[in-house]
Write a protein that binds this ligand. Sequence first.
Ligand code: FAD
Length: 420
Amino acid sequence: MTQHVVVIGAGIVGACSALEALRRGFQVTILDPGEPGGEQSASYGNGTWLSPMSVIPPSTPGLWRKVPAWLADPLGPLAVRWSYLPRALPWLARYLWAGWTEAKVLRTARALRPLLVDSPALYAELAAAAGVPGLIRRQGLMYVYPDRAAFEAEALAWRVRAAVGVEWQEIPAEEMRQREPELDPRYRFGVLVGEGGNCRDPGGMVAALVALAKAEGALHVAQRATGLRIVAGRLAAVTTDGGEILADRAVIAAGAHSKALAAAAGDHVPLETERGYHALLKGVEIGPRIPLMPSDGKMSVSMTEAGLRCAGQVEIAGLEAAPNWQRAEILRDWLLAAFPNLPRELPADQVKVWMGHRPSMPDGLPCLGFASGTPDVIHAFGHGHVGLVAGPRTGRIVGALLAGEEPEIPIAAFDPRRFA
Ligand SMILES: Cc1cc2nc3c(=O)[nH]c(=O)nc-3n(C[C@H](O)[C@H](O)[C@H](O)COP(=O)(O)OP(=O)(O)OC[C@H]3O[C@@H](n4cnc5c(N)ncnc54)[C@H](O)[C@@H]3O)c2cc1C
């Protein structure tokens, strides 16, 4: 008999998982109270980067020295709200420890690389199937620096990237001017990673993938999962705020909101939200030709379907606290500084700001694998800074696990029990 799988969450991970489940003959229900790819999801407002080279965990050796600044400067690129510090402390300690040595960083990079490596190609296939091929661009991604010394200050990250097979091209000042004529000339050195790509509307991409899943027979139920009914080690139903949905299998892909559901499936995971922001200048045409990241702003700048988007910032303040829109204004100001020809006085309705929740594990690796409480539930959350780029391969792994197949890449490092 056809098995029924409930995919909890319609962000990029849920959308890709649902499609892979359909391909393996499952009956699929996608459960999400919000619109697929809507503003409530991290998948909506991220930096758009399909960056197979994003293998460096957020924490790297010596980061502990910056802890006082995180607490002192509420508007710094990484900030921890004082009121949330007691709750965040255990996560922060694990986060710092995960990047304590170069060997640890390299281990993380080795685990992540196969999850990301061919993401732009996988996206191109998905976008074509979903009828939105124009959303995926494969022209590379560029890191820009004031000078070579600033690049060399990041030597550890680039050393580790090289060790896992990332290749890049150095771009001197003159060539940078030709490639990116609108970029402020103070950026005199660039690193172009040709394998990178971007998605011009990540929320629209998720919506298109869910529409494709629906066309292939999936159902979207606009309810919130509240728990799981597990009887004698087997899943009986997913409980929701609108009643129960009988299910043979479930995939927990609720992003930063997955913690309680994971606990219901028997796993207590240190999942935290790294809140991030974007500022969007609607309808402007001035900007980079390919997405780039100015090293001093620690933000991604990409042209999207809706306009010029600048995304970044990390704020540790939990799921409930109100956004601090000053952080998005900082991003907007960086944007104006990086592209001096942008109009200074845009009307308020042309500037849009957004805050979203990266679903982050302390070690920068997702939780991907069977739940402890029942083999019928699969964890697929915790992708932190790389959930967009990791989405398609994650979906394929979920599909394999559902079907009892060997996943196509090693997933031991993503074991949801690794912190137990
Ligand atoms: C500022 C910023 C920039 C980023 N830049 C990039 C980037 O350039 N490249 C990259 O790869 N990644 C980036 N990321 C990270 C990436 O966006 C996330 O890792 C990814 O979107 C997570 O996808 P997800 O499907 O796991 O979760 P989400 O997209 O958050 O989706 C989870 C869904 O679950 C639903 N949900 C929650 N609770 C329940 C429940 N109880 N029942 C049912 N449904 C529920 C929510 O409504 C939501 O729709 C960025 C993130 C941020 C915030």
